[in-house]
Design a protein around this ligand. Sequence first.
Ligand SMILES: NC(=O)c1ccc[n+]([C@@H]2O[C@H](COP(=O)([O-])OP(=O)(O)OC[C@H]3O[C@@H](n4cnc5c(N)ncnc54)[C@H](O)[C@@H]3O)[C@@H](O)[C@H]2O)c1
Ligand SMILES: [Zn+2]
Length: 356
Amino acid sequence: MEVINIDLKDRSYPIYICNNMLDDIGKVVCRHTKSKRIYLVTDTNVYPLYYEKVKAILNNAGFDVSKFVIPAGESSKNLDMLKNILEDIYKSGLLRDGSIIALGGGVVGDIAGFAAATYMRGVDFIQIPTTLLAQVDSSVGGKVGVNLRGGKNIVGAFHQPKMVYIDTSNLRTLNKREILGGLAEIIKYGVIWDKELFEYLEYNMDEILNLNDEMITHIIKKSCVIKGKVVSLDEKEQKLRQILNYGHTVGHAIEALTGYEKYIHGEAVAIGMVYAAKLSLKKSLIDKEYFDRICALIKKSGLPVEYGELHKEDIVELIRHDKKNKNDKIRFVLPVGYGKVDIFEVNKDEILSILD
Ligand SMILES: NC(=O)c1ccc[n+]([C@@H]2O[C@H](COP(=O)([O-])OP(=O)(O)OC[C@H]3O[C@@H](n4cnc5c(N)ncnc54)[C@H](O)[C@@H]3O)[C@@H](O)[C@H]2O)c1
Ligand SMILES: [Zn+2]
């Protein structure tokens, strides 16, 4: 088992990474809980795959476990569902010394984490992420929350978990498309922070796509270290943490314009990363060779690189309404060299010019 420590002073916590070691989880969870009461949130896809096993292990370790199963999918990440969860937690009798566990992907992690942040003004939270995206991104960093109608992640909090437990063998039941969605975020880390990771992905993509255990563990670990580092330097997103939005400005617009149906998040981010790199090339921040390598890596993974039928004017309009933009300047995270990005303010015309 590998352990990474996320350094956030008194809110520091470990990320355990293992392969097929869920049996171990009872012992590990004991180290990070104040009482033997656990309230677990999962979804309808993950429940039949892993719930009974996790529950039996936790029971064996002396825990009393209650559960809530949300319908799988982004549409569950809303205030009504949060209310149902909170009412049920209260009914179950969970006290301030109890812990809430998220067993599932980013949807479960975000809503269970927000329940943990708000129930009795905050109880301990544990993440057991089961999608690649959740393992390398959403379970690290403490952002939790739900969507409002028409606004993603508008209501939320920062609530760091007490521990994260990643079992890479859970990825075996995940479909290929969801694996690629997580891979897009891993490629992102290579571009924003780590040339070695970028080259590792270039060199080993075929085996990674075959879920080679050692390689998957390596890239998950690298990703958690990078996200952990960025978060520990800028927990509340004053500045540095914004670099994690590389590919997300155009990506979010594409997701919204297609009604969150045509593309999963990672696919939209992959397309967004290509267009942000194009903007870098246009501004001579990177050379053609690096631009080509970014595009080639994304293509090699099987992720999309073009936005298809959409109108570029609509994309720009949506970007301008993005909550992260001030005035008329649009903030973009742009590659400026291998493993390095910076934040630029660009105008509408510059964006239109690269969307062709
Ligand atoms: N908090 C953050 O910092 C942060 C960062 C990135 C994304 N997010 C959020 O994460 C969410 C997306 O997360 P996601 O991509 O994990 O989506 P998800 O939670 O919807 O999971 C994707 C699908 O995989 C299924 N699934 C999960 N684990 C499985 C497994 N092991 N085997 C088979 N099926 C499995 C789920 O039921 C779901 O159908 C979004 O709501 C996004 O806003 C949050
Ligand atoms: Zn993302």
